[in-house]
Design a protein around this ligand. Structure first.
Ligand code: KG4
Ligand code: ZN
Length: 333
């Protein structure tokens, strides 16, 4: 039997999870609302709140799973990529726990964990599969050959898809984080009302800075003519922006699937919570006879369950790290 305690603290969510024999028994996520007032994550504040949240989150995760801390066999933690101060809190906690209990430490790459969230539950993709990982900091098409053998075949040259969502919402005067709000208003709007450009980037790479500028100018010009333009058309603007971002993402993903001849297609990362993107991927896969893998909402945005499942697969391989391990703000796949 294997009992893994997992910690995630790469950005502004403090999360702890317990996984027993590959089954997730708890996934506690403490959101940090303090950043809303600043319109984005303030790294210094994030570290301080992680420091306050981490012990209660771990206690709660153990208690929900009905696991005694003395029965934990290994501690998995996010090593990177992420905000260094945030990562340090999780890494230090994991080290201290492992040292006190004399159990192994397992380091996990946050972006690999987003992909490996698909191995929670019974509906699992088969290797090799393609995963579109879309978050606040990353936009990647990943060729997943094995649990820890992944190749980025396309990525953003500038902004991430989540960043485009968040910046659009800022332009529209909505509070942070904007992605979920764009999703909410888009459900009530007409996605074909406004047309935003689709960048022509070769290969499987993306660019989102052009669409951000196009939206900025579009809003500026329309508000100059009608100061109530945004309030009157919020749903249609959100629906049109969401549709364009989803089209940009899925056109490249579809091209990659055809070129690599792959029929198992997955979505991961915070933006995979987006209703329009989820529906469009489902439709694309049905049309092409591909199998789609779309994570449950709680495994889309940052969570420790994905760290736990990744940790379980490293535990089975006996891949541990020593106490001198350090977090990495940048960490390639
Ligand atoms: O993976 P994640 O939780 O954190 C990072 O590792 O970055 O992703 C956060 C991103 C944010 O940009 C947020 O606005 C976006 O995911 N997001 C969404 C939705 N939920 C979260 N974007 C669109 N629709 C959503 N429902
Ligand atoms: Zn993430």
């Amino acid at each position: 039997m294997s009992v893994i305690l997992a910690i995630e603290s790469s950005c502004d969510e403090t999360s702890a999870s317990v996984c027993v024999d590959g089954v997730i028994l708890s996934n506690v996520i403490a959101n940090q609302t303090i950043h809303e007032a600043y319109g984005g994550v303030v790294p210094e504040l994030a570290s301080r709140v992680h420091q306050q949240n981490i012990v209660p989150a771990v206690h709660q995760a153990l208690s929900i799973a009905k696991v005694n801390k003395n029965d934990v066999d290994a501690v998995a933690f996010t090593r990177g990529p992420g905000l260094l101060g945030s990562l340090l809190v999780g890494v230090s906690f994991a080290k201290a726990f492992a040292l006190a209990k004399n159990i192994p430490l397992i380091d996990i790459n946050h972006m690999q964990a987003h992909v490996l969230a698909h191995f929670i539950g019974d509906h699992k993709p088969e290797f090799p599969f393609l995963c579109l990982t879309v978050s606040g900091g990353h936009t990647q098409i990943v060729l997943v050959k094995d649990y820890f053998d992944m190749e980025v075949i396309g990525q953003t040259l500038d902004d991430a898809a989540g960043e485009a969502m968040d910046k659009t919402s800022k332009i529209l005067g909505l509070p942070y984080p904007g992605g979920p709000l764009i999703d909410k208003y888009a459900r009530l709007g007409n996605p074909d009302k406004y047309q935003f450009p689709e960048p022509q980037i070769p290969g499987f790479d993306f660019s989102f800075s052009g669409i951000k500028t196009a939206i900025l100018y579009f809003i500026r010009d329309n508000v100059a003519a009608n100061p109530d333009f945004v309030q009157q058309n919020l749903n249609d603007i959100c629906a049109s922006v969401e549709k364009r971002i989803a089209t940009i993402l899925l056109n490249k993903l579809s091209k990659a699937a055809k070129e690599y001849g792959i029929k198992d297609i997955a979505l991961a990362g915070g933006v995979s919570a987006n209703t329009g993107l989820r529906e469009s991927l489902r439709a694309l896969c049905e049309k092409n006879n591909w199998r789609s893998f779309i994570p449950k909402l709680e495994y889309c945005t940052d969570n420790a369950a994905m760290i736990a499942i990744a940790g379980y697969h490293k535990y089975l391989k006996g891949e541990f790290v020593s106490q001198d391990v350090a977090p990495l703000a940048r960490m390639p796949l």
